[in-house]
Design a protein around this ligand. Structure first.
Ligand code: SAH
Length: 353
């Protein structure tokens, strides 16, 4: 479990762990249930809010434990659709970004799972400086908690699609899912959680074996290894047939259909030949394809396919029996591709310092 050397990260503990931890310190187990409820159901930003605990216990938590509570440093609100983007500062000074999107069916929060990323996808801003560190379960949870408490909006869906590769931070991700969906916390249904991966095959299989009801999204982005390798270095480690086998296995083990993300990059993966190959690949997988018009980033020279090409690509898939949507672009006026807000914030800060 995450500790910063000496102080235990109590927000990353499951209830049973918190009970034994408090027991070791001579506290009764009903106190663990109270603290757990304050942290995970009432989303308390500080132990000071835990008014039914004796003051001495609150002080002890503040002194002896690590109480993770993210500090919002910037908030951007879209004038178009109310999407909100947040930059949060962590205890060590790193910053991460999270997004709240409002849909008819509820509010969805997109969280980061790592500071930076080491997967190196060519069009992604999160990976430009490599991986800084993994987020703890508490740091993933608190993105949801802070957004829910600051906005007063109940969060019904969580997507792990922000910066980072969630399956590269497997144990913390699992802990995060169990606490977020378990009783005594926000108790969000596992069906309302989506985890997106670039395709780490062993971890996808391991996740399938957990038999959770969460949705797995695979960043596919090309129907052949040849093109995929030009966009995603991870494709050199795991070949497409193995990645798709892992998707099939995920479906068999969990009964949950996999979503395939496909970012359309002009002239790279957006012609009808590719749409045809994609249809062949996915025919027996019963998955859903989510087309994402690529968000160009300053550091790379990719451009987005134009509307006509995107529509033609979609039409081809649809005509051939593939379930497909084009990702609605939320908060376009405050947009920056995945990981760009954080970069521009860090750049500005460097200029000031
Ligand atoms: N590491 C996970 C989560 C990353 S972000 C993964 O690879 O799935 C979620 C999705 O956004 C991924 O499909 C990713 O490839 C895509 N993405 C990242 N930057 C993008 C950009 N600039 N334009 C379009 N899609 C992008």
């Amino acid at each position: 479990m995450a500790t910063d050397g000496t102080r235990a990260d109590i927000k990353s503990m499951m209830l049973e762990e918190l009970k034994s931890f408090l027991d070791e310190h001579g506290e009764k187990s009903f106190r663990a249930a109270q603290i757990y409820q304050w942290m995970h159901e009432k989303t308390a930003a500080s132990p000071d809010e835990m008014t039914n605990l004796p003051k001495s216990l609150r002080e002890w938590i503040k002194r002896e434990c690590r109480y993770v509570s993210l500090k919002p440093v910037q908030e951007y609100i879209s004038r178009i659709d109310g999407t909100r983007k947040y930059l949060f500062e962590l205890e060590d000074g790193n910053v991460i970004e999270s997004v709240l999107m409002k849909y008819k069916h509820g509010n969805s929060v997109c969280i980061s799972s790592q500071v930076g990323c080491r997967m190196g996808c060519r069009f992604c801003a999160s990976t430009l400086d490599g991986l800084e560190r993994n987020l703890t379960a508490s740091e993933m949870l608190d993105q949801v908690y802070r957004i829910q408490s600051m906005t007063g909006e109940r969060v019904s869906n969580v997507v792990v699609m922000g910066s980072g590769e969630p399956l590269d931070n497997y144990d913390n991700l699992l802990r995060f899912i169990h606490i977020l969906t378990g009783e005594g916390g926000l108790h969000i249904s596992q069906r309302n959680i989506t985890v997106s991966t670039c395709g780490l095959v062993p971890q996808m299989r391991r996740l399938a074996n957990e038999k959770l009801s969460i949705t797995l999204a695979l960043s596919l982005h090309a129907p052949s290894d040849e093109v995929r390798r030009t966009l995603m270095p991870v494709a050199k480690t795991y070949a497409l047939p193995d990645v798709l086998d892992a998707c099939r296995y995920y479906f068999e083990q969990t009964g949950r259909r996999v979503t395939f993300e496909y970012s359309l990059v002009s002239g790279v993966n957006d012609n009808l030949e590719e749409a045809r190959a994609l249809t062949g690949l996915l025919k027996d997988l019963h998955g859903h394809v989510n087309l994402i018009p690529v968000n160009p980033i300053r550091e790379r020279n990719f451009t987005r396919s134009d509307r006509k090409e995107i529509e033609a690509f979609r039409h081809y898939l649809e005509k051939n029996g593939i379930n497909v949507t084009i990702r609605r672009e939320m908060g376009q006026d405050i947009d920056g591709a995945c990981g760009q807000l954080r970069r521009s914030y860090i750049d500005k800060k460097k200029e000031i310092d």
